[in-house]
Design a protein around this ligand. Structure first.
Ligand code: NAP
Ligand code: F7E
Length: 341
């Protein structure tokens, strides 16, 4: 019988790539989707017609229990979150509820449905749980590069909520013997990245400028440095983590960092334009507390899981710019559901 996976955050960037990867591996894939008329669900159904949808919301404990009872998954991937860092200052409580408490609700749904209790041995054939932790937990970094033992100093309500989810996942593993792990993923991008994140904001603006549809690109802090990789590579690490004999947490990244300035330069270069002619900096786009740099040490994932990123920074930037040029040239609107590449 096919193994069954339940993915929260199925309408997001990672949900789509993970679902494709698991379908390729022969899984029966279920996606948890919220809302009664969520346009992102219709968009997802068009791209991923083999994914089955179960309704649920990370804010609603009962809905998660019902979803786990209905799907009876072998593996649960908790990717659902408020994931845009600036929004976490504007809606800090909602971020805590979805990105933080949502992890507790999902773990409880699994615990209750599997009949796990304190002190008793975890049943065999238990549901394996993956939590989407984030390099944002490192925040104001205490060492570079960052590994699984680096201390956390989150700099946003998002980072704080992720740290709660991270420690809780570890706690359920230690308290109940549950197979529950976190992947501490560094920034990963793709043509399916939301338009609010800096890489996609840049690739869309470069495409618009090249096609004569825009004349400038407004950015915030150009000096921030990130370790950017390709989402299609990173979802493979999520799956590998749940296949390991022993449940452990892993850092996933490339080990190389670039600044936002270098990102803009590479993207404009890809279409033969000079970034300095078009980029305008805007103080309003700076954050109340910035994460100045993030750089992964992915040695543990390489040696224990055999995981390696395949797509380089330059290939990623070229892929995103080319995809947005095609999308806009074909009359697509990145904000409309049907235009998701
Ligand atoms: P994304 O594109 O922003 O997707 C977020 C998903 O969460 C969407 O499917 C959204 O569904 C869902 N969601 C929001 N509120 C929800 C709720 N109340 N109940 C259930 N689902 C809800 O994020 P992503 O880039 O794919 O990232 C996936 C996960 O990895 C997130 O947890 C993110 O925080 C984490 N992460 C991402 C990165 C990265 O660089 N991409 C790095 C580290 C960690 P709707 O369509 O209903 O809004
Ligand atoms: O910002 C700077 C900004 O919004 C990257 C999420 O997936 O990765 C992501 O979080 C950097 C920051 O991603 C603009 O100040 C400059 O330093 O693309 P971003 P993020 O905040 O790193 C982590 C790992 C996650 O877990 C999150 O869910 O770029 N920056 N100018 C800008 N950023 C944006 N968005 N827009 C600008 O105009």
């Amino acid at each position: 019988m096919a193994r069954r996976a339940l993915i929260t955050g199925i309408t997001g960037q990672d949900g789509s790539y993970l679902a494709e990867h698991l379908l390729d591996q022969g899984y029966e894939v279920w996606g948890l989707a919220r809302g009664q008329a969520n346009p992102r669900v219709s968009r997802m159904r068009k791209l991923l017609s083999d994914v089955q949808v179960v309704r649920g919301d990370l804010l609603d404990q009962g809905s998660l229990i019902s979803a786990v009872e209905r799907v009876r998954p072998d593996e649960v991937y908790n990717l659902g979150a408020i994931s845009f860092v600036p929004m976490s200052w504007e809606q800090a409580e909602l971020t805590a509820e979805v990105t933080g408490m949502g992890v507790l609700r999902m773990l409880e749904a699994i615990r209750v449905c599997s009949g796990v209790s304190r002190g008793a041995a975890a049943p065999s054939g238990q549901i394996r749980f993956y939590q989407a932790s984030s390099s944002e937990m490192f925040g104001q970094v205490t060492e570079t590069p960052q590994n699984e033992r680096t201390a956390f100093h989150p700099r946003s309500p998002y980072g704080v909520a992720k740290a709660y989810g991270h420690f809780l996942t570890q706690n359920y593993r230690e308290s109940y013997g549950m197979y529950a792990v976190s992947g501490i993923l560094f920034n990963h991008e793709s043509p399916r990245r939301g338009a609010e994140f800096v890489t996609r904001k840049v690739s869309l603006a470069v495409a618009r400028i090249k096609l004569g549809m825009a004349t400038e690109l407004r950015l915030g802090n150009l000096e921030a440095r990130r370790d950017w990789g390709y989402a299609g590579d990173y979802v493979k690490a999520m799956h590998l983590m749940l296949q390991a004999d022993v449940p452990e947490d892993y850092v996933i990244g490339t080990g190389h960092m670039k600044s936002v300035r270098e990102l803009a330069e590479a993207a404009f270069d890809a279409v033969g334009l000079d970034w300095e002619q078009y980029v305008v900096t805007d103080q309003k786009l700076h954050r109340p507390a910035e994460v100045d740099l993030l750089c992964a040490d992915p040695k543990k994932a390489r040696t224990q899981l055999g995981w390696e990123p395949r797509v380089s920074f330059d290939e990623l930037v070229a892929m995103m710019v080319e995809s947005d040029l095609r999308l806009l040239a074909d009359g697509g609107d990145p904000d409309q559901d049907s235009s998701w590449p």
